[in-house]
Design a protein around this ligand. Structure first.
Ligand code: SF4
Ligand code: SF4
Length: 333
């Protein structure tokens, strides 16, 4: 276990950024977001970023290809650029777990090469939590916020930052840093997580009954009634992965790009015949069935939520996955 003095954190960032682009959670225009570090840039005091670290692997908008049409000829341009190695510092345990949830979608064969390139070139440095917010419930999903994983795990204790490599990538990164003192991993205080109000949300019930039991629950009608369909919950969510692919005629060629989409939107499933989720009830049900039932059904019971609490903080009508899980379990709102 390596030790770095916290009052020299800027020196650590400089050393990391000397190797490759370094992203840290910083305050930009009043919002905490993962940002390329520049000398003097401080870490945000916020526990977590507004949008998740997913953005660095699955950006909100990206070009996929371009087509040039000359007469009857179509020339395809592969505009993928070589991704350079980069480091993300300060990823919390919830966001770190979200990467493995996304990996099971994007890296399944045939792998999404846009996503894979970024995953392959990233070194993830996580940061253990010691002061969670009342909206955090990662522990209810089996995540240990004090053992955040990634390629390098970091802990803050007293005046020190403790660093532990977990993978070869992590070891290679730490080896390139200036020599550090060695020491024992700090003990930490887990009792604060036992006092969180949402720590006992029971997600195990979703594996106990058949898919159709949850799909046909009477609670969807009432729960969805006040949903505005704004999609905020999906855009801040580290595990949401819906996107749309669109073509844009620039006048000289056609650009194909993808952008995040939301199952909460009425045109998400729009097809030539119309949409097969015609009301907000179906759309609302889809989002929560996907996280609580469909994803676990396809991935050994793993729930498609990491308990980061972002949707609890951002929904304008205070609807969220915890309320939905409780209502489904009880069978009434
Ligand atoms: S559903 Fe909500 S709490 Fe769960 S991962 Fe997404 S934003 Fe976080
Ligand atoms: S943020 Fe709230 S209101 Fe908006 S789509 Fe999600 S659940 Fe509905």
């Amino acid at each position: 276990m390596k030790i770095w003095k916290l009052d020299r954190l800027q020196d650590l960032f400089a050393a990391l950024a000397g190797e490759r682009t370094l992203y840290i959670p910083a305050d930009v225009a009043g919002q905490a977001k993962f940002t390329p570090w520049e000398p003097g840039m401080e870490m945000t005091k916020a526990l977590n970023t507004n949008r998740s670290a997913k953005d660095l692997f699955f950006p909100q908008v990206e070009d996929l290809a371009a087509f040039k049409i000359t007469g009857r000829q179509i020339q395809v341009e592969d505009n993928r650029e070589d991704v350079e190695d980069f480091v993300i510092f300060g990823v919390r345990a919830c966001d770190a777990r979200s990467f493995s949830i996304l990996d099971k979608v994007f890296l399944e064969e045939p792998a999404d090469t846009y996503y894979k390139n970024r995953r392959d070139h990233a070194t993830v440095m996580t940061l253990a939590c010691s002061r969670p917010e009342a909206t955090c419930f990662c522990t209810a999903l089996g995540i240990d916020p004090q053992a955040p994983g990634g390629d390098v795990s970091c802990w803050v204790e007293g005046e020190n930052l403790y660093l532990q490599a977990n993978t070869q990538k992590g070891e290679a990164l730490l080896e390139k840093l200036p020599a550090m003192e060695e020491g024992e991993k700090p003990q930490g205080d887990a009792s604060v997580f036992d006092r969180l109000p949402l720590k006992d949300v029971d997600f195990s019930v979703f594996s106990e009954k058949a898919l159709l039991h949850w799909f046909n629950s009477p609670v969807w009608e009432e729960l969805s009634r006040s949903c505005l369909g704004c999609g905020s919950c999906t855009f801040v969510c580290p595990t949401c992965q819906c996107y749309d692919v669109k073509d844009f005629d620039t006048g000289t060629k056609v650009k194909r790009f993808r952008c995040w989409d939301s199952c909460m939107y009425s045109d998400f499933t729009m097809m030539a015949h119309g949409t097969n989720r015609p009301t907000q009830k179906e759309r609302f049900r889809q989002r929560f069935m996907h996280k609580l039932v469909y994803y676990p059904n396809n991935h050994d019971g793993e729930i498609g939520c990491v308990g980061c609490g972002r949707c609890l903080r951002k929904c304008p009508i205070s609807m969220n996955i915890v309320k939905v899980a409780k209502a489904l379990k009880e069978g009434s709102v």
